[in-house]
Design a protein around this ligand. Structure first.
Ligand code: ATP
Ligand code: MG
Length: 272
């Protein structure tokens, strides 16, 4: 189906695809740029940063863009895609990524993780960057493990950086009880806001251009409808734009108009 859509609209590649884009191909809207800048600051200053945003706001994309912009010889990312792996799991991931074999005794594993983090800088001259994606899923015990890893001031003398990325509930979670100590160490907070209408418009044009079409494919009305329903969140906008394109194709229309977008929106709302 999608190859027929592609041929019909003269596209060289599937538009709005799920494949991850190279950093140079990303759309640079305000919240993306700001998140990349803050994440980069956090890493280069060996600080603790928290990035929150709704589902599909572009958090992981911004994080990957920031990491790709670093000098690979000077930083070692320790990327934990789903940190709900228990306290041991967190320490094991750190030790294993830094080339050690994790001890099976929990007390020595903790010390081993701390030593491995310190040695990475001292012996290899590389700063570890611990990234906990989907951090809103962290249980209290795991957040406490993060608190213990960051049991220092987290300033330029700290030999590593920590980034916690997650949905907005993460912010509230970190203010509770013993975790307030963790909350106080946060040097960078960044909430990724959705795109505004103008940005969604330019975002959709950017994606169609990446697919090989330079002229407008979506009418302003269609963009407006996609923006309102997708609330300017990149993943939702991608999905809605693709479904609108398919609806336009089915109706053999040369442009994606409001009626095509409406079909996509109705389907989207029905499955929500
Ligand atoms: N700056 C961008 N340029 C181009 N596409 C983007 C950009 N930001 C996000 N996207 C698109 O939106 C999708 C969702 O982004 P991402 O996975 O970063 O969201 P997220 O906030 O991490 O979501 P989740 O809460 O589900 O983890 C990406 O797969 C990509 O297709
Ligand atoms: Mg993500």
């Amino acid at each position: 189906m999608i190859d027929r859509v592609q041929a019909f609209y003269g596209l060289e590649r599937p538009p709005f695809g799920r494949a991850s884009l190279a950093p140079g191909m990303l759309h640079k809207h305000a919240s993306h740029n700001e998140a990349v800048a803050r994440i980069t600051w956090c890493i280069t200053n060996h600080a603790l940063g928290v990035v929150t945003g709704e589902v599909g706001a572009g958090k992981t994309v911004a994080l990957r863009a920031a990491i790709a912009g670093l000098d690979a010889a000077r930083y070692t990312p320790i990327y934990i895609p789903n940190p709900a792996i228990g306290m041991r799991g967190l320490y094991e991931a750190i030790v294993a990524t830094l080339g050690g074999s994790p001890s099976y005794r929990t007390a020595s594993l903790m010390a081993q993780a701390n030593d491995a983090l310190a040695a990475e800088v001292a012996e290899r001259g590389r700063v570890p960057v611990i990234v906990l994606d989907e951090s809103h899923l962290l249980a209290h015990e795991e957040l406490d493990a993060v608190r213990m890893i960051t049991n220092c001031e987290m300033d330029s003398t700290t030999p590593f950086a920590v980034l916690m990325i997650g949905q907005p509930t993460l912010r509230k979670k970190m203010k509770l009880g013993v975790l307030a100590a963790l909350d106080q160490r946060i040097a960078v907070r960044c909430q990724m806001l959705p795109m505004d209408l103008e940005e969604t418009d330019s975002y959709v044009k950017h994606h169609t251009k990446l697919a090989g079409r330079t002229d407008a494919l979506f009418t302003d009305d269609a963009i407006h409808m996609i923006h309102t329903t997708g609330r300017g969140l990149p993943r939702a906008v991608n999905n809605l734009a693709l479904q609108s394109l398919i609806a336009a194709f089915t109706a053999e229309k040369s442009l994606v108009d409001e009626a095509s977008a409406r079909i996509a929106v109705n389907e989207y709302l029905a499955t929500d």
